[in-house]
Design a protein around this ligand. Structure first.
Ligand code: CKP
Ligand code: MG
Length: 310
């Protein structure tokens, strides 16, 4: 049985230590919000499946090999030989600030379609306990958006819990476009994850959290960056500060946070323990280079509890 099903685009990622125009060497890895979450969950011992499309090329092989090596189930992912795997470029500029450039228009990843998720739900065995979707997949085009709509519909029908991370990417679409696409999904969403500035994508209300809870979302988790995170539900609000770690690379921190949050949910943890795990896994991502490479396994979850040198 799958614990968490997610769908999206994963790209080959190139990281340089300075502007690309200066040349030099680049580190090569993979990046994609939804697969970052899947890797984070797999490292914590959960069964995570990623649905996505890669090209029949070396970047695509890198993506598939990496996800397989991390224990992510690719049973419902596929290769499209007629389009290239997308690329993402991280140019480190100063301290932890990266310039991020996508080369993903027309990519294989943007060929994701509703039939891809139908297969996942049609497979023998129980439905996934959780479906995790993000705004990024919705922004990739009409068919990927329809795939998300279909996944949410099927999850609802199967009784799976549905999590939405707004993950707004202004280089992919405007706030108005994101609002038009994401707001209709809300009646079927159990758990919303958003940063403070992303809440306005979901509602125009002056008190967005109350509006979302009134619309039927069971839990709204708001990330405040270095200010920690707050979980809101009918039971009230609960805040956790961010864990104090050296800031090395913040890309992927949101996905790491989601992985911790969903892991806690899968373990049956209560809301405070879920939030504790989320800020902990988020801190691992912030303190290490790469989007997912530094994420903890189960045994490492308590690593940050020890004072340096203690
Ligand atoms: O919100 P996060 O910083 O956790 O997301 C990072 C990911 O999928 C990164 O892996 C990148 O590939 C992306 O978001 C994206 O498409 O921007
Ligand atoms: Mg994010």
């Amino acid at each position: 049985m799958t614990d968490v099903l997610t769908l999206g685009e994963t790209m080959a990622a190139f990281r340089t230590t300075g502007p690309l125009r200066l040349g030099g060497t680049a580190g090569i890895s993979v990046a994609g919000s939804e697969s970052n979450v899947a890797i984070g969950l797999a490292r914590l011992g959960h069964r995570a499946a990623w649905v996505g499309v890669t090209g029949a090329d070396e970047p695509g092989e890198l993506v598939r090999r990496t996800l397989r090596a991390e224990g992510v189930d690719l049973s419902w992912s596929r290769v499209d030989p007629t389009a290239p795997t997308g690329l993402i470029l991280f140019e480190n500029r100063v301290a932890d600030i990266n310039r991020v450039t996508y080369h993903r228009a027309g990519s294989a990843g943007s060929r994701l379609r509703p039939a891809d998720v139908t297969q996942a739900f049609d497979a023998p065995g129980s439905p996934p306990r959780l479906l995790h979707v993000t705004g990024i997949t919705c922004a990739l085009g009409a068919e990927p958006y329809e795939a998300v709509v279909e996944a949410v519909r099927l999850a609802r029908a199967a009784g799976s819990t549905v999590c939405l991370d707004v993950n707004h990417r202004q280089r992919l679409w405007s706030v108005a476009e994101a609002a038009t696409a994401l707001r209709p999904l809300l009646p079927s969403i159990d758990l919303v994850v958003a940063s403070d500035d992303e809440l306005a994508v979901l509602t125009g209300a002056s008190d967005p959290v109350t509006a979302l809870l009134s619309a039927g979302v069971a839990e709204v988790v708001v990330k405040h960056g270095a200010g920690g995170a707050t979980s809101h539900s009918r039971a009230g609000a609960l805040h956790r500060p961010a864990r104090t770690v050296p800031v090395v690379d913040t890309v992927g921190a949101g996905d790491a946070f989601v992985a911790g949050l969903l892991s806690g949910w899968l373990d049956g943890a209560d809301a405070p323990a879920r939030l504790d795990r989320a800020v902990t896994t988020g801190a691992f991502a912030v303190a290490t280079r790469g989007d997912w490479e530094g994420l903890p396994d189960r045994a490492e979850l308590t690593l940050l509890d020890h004072e340096p040198g203690g």
